[in-house]
Design a protein around this ligand. Structure first.
Ligand SMILES: [Zn+2]
Ligand SMILES: [Zn+2]
Length: 321
């Protein structure tokens, strides 16, 4: 460095004011900046509100809610707690209704769904699990992301570990009601979409309301039900708390309890798969369990499997540590 350039450095350090524009109207400039920042946000919110008010009617919200609850419970109470894990017993008509409602969620034919899920419990987070975020992926954040993507959605495209129907669900293959609903899956899938269309028409009273009912009660409902279900397979084997010492990575994820109708108490579920209740404590919100209790109270289901608290305590992490 030359002497001259050293001098320039010293001069700059000694007099920083030369570099900075003097502030003459700071308050005014701040107000202008605030207005320029806030006005576009307000405009965007106004446009959003306008679009929302024009496009989304209360009939759409109602159709979405009815279809979400019906098909969601079809999966949680029907496909999962009843047909996969036999956590209660019921009559043939209600078995048919549950299998049909679950099919309308469009997560595949009932027997395939059950076979995959029973295989998941058989090999949880080991080689052979159809959708583990922990198997077959390298370490680090790249491996974690790849594992989560596979467990969430990727496994549906990769058919290497699907559960064999005759091996994992022979009881359902033999069941005439369930195998009929399985064979006619497409009918129930389309029936769910037709129901959304019909409900939109009945509530909104116009063809336009029927079409937006189909959009919200069909398309948007499918999207949300699917991704909440997928999140049980991905997020609930990755994030959350572990109360029970299970040989897998299952976890309880509080914030997902309401949208998943109680399925996100997934560590509880892997600890006691046949329990009709996944929320095991008073505060563990489990809407599916409330439905099963209500059906039990009116005599529509019976033989509801409950896990005694002493058995729960024996399996709790604190007890085994
Ligand atoms: Zn699991
Ligand atoms: Zn299960």
């Amino acid at each position: 460095m030359t002497k001259g350039s050293e001098g320039a450095v010293i001069e700059r350090e000694k007099s920083p004011a030369v570099e900075v524009e003097p502030v003459l109207h700071e308050t005014r400039d701040r107000i202008i900046t605030a207005v320029v920042t806030v006005v576009p946000i307000v405009a965007m919110l106004a446009v959003g509100w306008q679009a929302w008010a024009d496009l989304l009617h209360w009939s759409d919200v109602a159709v979405f809610a009815v279809m979400y609850v019906a098909t969601g419970l079809g999966i949680t109470v029907g496909f999962h707690r009843y047909l996969t894990h036999r956590s209660f017993r019921t009559s043939r008509p209600l078995r048919a209704v549950l299998a049909i409602l679950g099919s309308a969620a469009i997560e595949g034919p009932v027997i395939s769904w059950v076979a995959d899920h029973r295989k998941h419990h058989r090999f949880s987070d080991r080689e052979g699990d159809p959708h583990s975020p922990h198997v077959g992926h390298e370490g680090g954040w790249r491996g974690a992301l790849a594992g989560l993507a596979h467990a969430h959605l990727g496994w549906l495209f990769v058919h290497s570990q699907r559960g064999a129907r005759l091996r994992y669900a022979p009881d359902l293959v033999k069941d005439p009601i369930v195998s009929f609903v399985d064979r006619t899956f497409l009918l129930w899938a389309l029936g769910g979409l037709a129901a959304a269309f019909g409900l939109g028409w009945a509530i909104g009273g116009t063809l336009f309301a029927a079409l937006t009912g189909l959009l919200w009660g069909g398309g948007v409902r499918m999207l949300v039900v699917h991704h909440v279900t997928y999140s049980i397979n991905s997020l609930c084997h990755f994030f959350g708390r572990r109360r029970f010492a299970t040989p897998d990575h299952s976890r309880n994820l509080l914030w997902l309890a309401l949208p998943s109708f109680g399925e996100s108490w997934h560590n509880n579920h892997h600890a006691f798969p046949t329990s009709a209740f996944h929320g095991l404590r008073r505060w563990e919100l489990d809407p599916s369990a409330l439905v099963i209790r209500a059906l039990e109270a009116v005599g529509l289901v019976w033989g509801v499997v409950r896990i005694e608290s002493a058995r729960q305590a024996r399996k709790a992490v604190a007890e085994t540590a």
